[in-house]
Ligand binder design. Structure first.
Ligand SMILES: [Mg+2]
Length: 275
């Protein structure tokens, strides 16, 4: 199965997840805690509904002859007769979904191995708007079927037009980012790691800033999209992240932009060695 062949299956899954999850967003039923996921977070009802849809479609694909191993945020790993790995975060941005904040996504990836660089196809759909981002390795990145050719963010060499911060509660990670945030004209903290990186790929977010380690699993699909759009990503200290594991127990910091000059500038601000 070539990487592009995943698109129809992932799109079908996303469309059904969207139809089922969006009406539950912000509702008491949707946010009821039903268990704990393999990724370590609480599983709420709308996560469970979404994962059930993902698993049902993959079971049907298996019966049609497809072979793979699923790693999903809630259930963990399940062998469907071989490789590649299929990574599924049925709802990324669950906190937004349960709060009724309209910014959350289904995230799917196919990967030959368990490092970021091995991801052959990444797919992210905003479950509120239906906005779809996808990329096959070596094939460019697409938003709603149109190739991403981002205008390089206007960068004057001294200020970052818009920085998107992912930093958990606690002063220290935000302190780590402060040298960058002081130079940002606008700051957002939107709440879906996958959508944030897709909008970094599309240029709306000039710089993604993740100073404390987050789960790498959530980043696998959108990093392929960012890289295929011509973007750059490193960890917060400027080290390459291509060999970071995509598995549920792996974590990484992140600094990403579609504009290499902004990424370099951010590393300079942090006083880190420029990669
Ligand atoms: Mg999730």
């Amino acid at each position: 199965m070539s990487s592009q062949d995943w698109l129809p299956l992932f799109r079908t899954i996303a469309s059904e997840v969207r139809a089922s999850v969006t009406p539950l967003a912000g509702s008491p039923a949707g946010r009821e805690v039903v268990g704990a996921g393999a990724g370590g977070d609480q599983t709420i009802y709308l996560d469970q509904i979404a994962e059930d849809i993902v698993v049902r479609h993959l079971e049907e694909a298996y019966r049609r002859g497809l072979r793979f191993t699923l790693i999903s945020e809630e259930l963990g790993e399940r062998d469907f007769g071989g490789r590649p790995l299929v990574l599924a975060d049925p709802v990324d941005g669950s906190y937004n979904a349960k709060s009724g904040l309209p910014y959350y996504a289904v995230v799917l990836a196919a990967t030959e191995g368990d490092q970021f660089r091995d991801v052959t196809f990444g797919y992210v759909q905003n479950l509120v708007t239906g906005d779809e981002f996808c990329a096959a390795r070596g094939g460019g990145a697409f938003r709603n079927g149109r190739r991403l050719h981002p205008e390089p963010a206007s960068f004057d060499g001294g200020s970052i037009p818009l920085a998107q911060l992912d930093a958990p509660t606690g002063v220290e990670p935000r302190d780590r980012a402060s040298a960058i945030l002081k130079r940002a004209e606008k700051i957002r903290q939107l709440g879906s790691a996958a959508l944030n990186l897709c909008h970094t790929a599309a240029g709306g977010i000039a710089l993604q800033v993740t100073p404390a380690p987050v789960r790498a699993f959530d980043l696998a699909a959108p990093l392929r999209i960012l890289w295929e759009a011509g973007g750059v990503a490193s960890d917060f200290d400027g080290r390459p992240i291509e060999e970071v594991s995509v598995r549920l127990d792996s974590r990484t910091t992140l600094l990403a932009s579609v504009t290499p000059a902004i990424h370099r500038y951010a590393l300079q601000l942090l006083g880190a060695a420029v990669a």
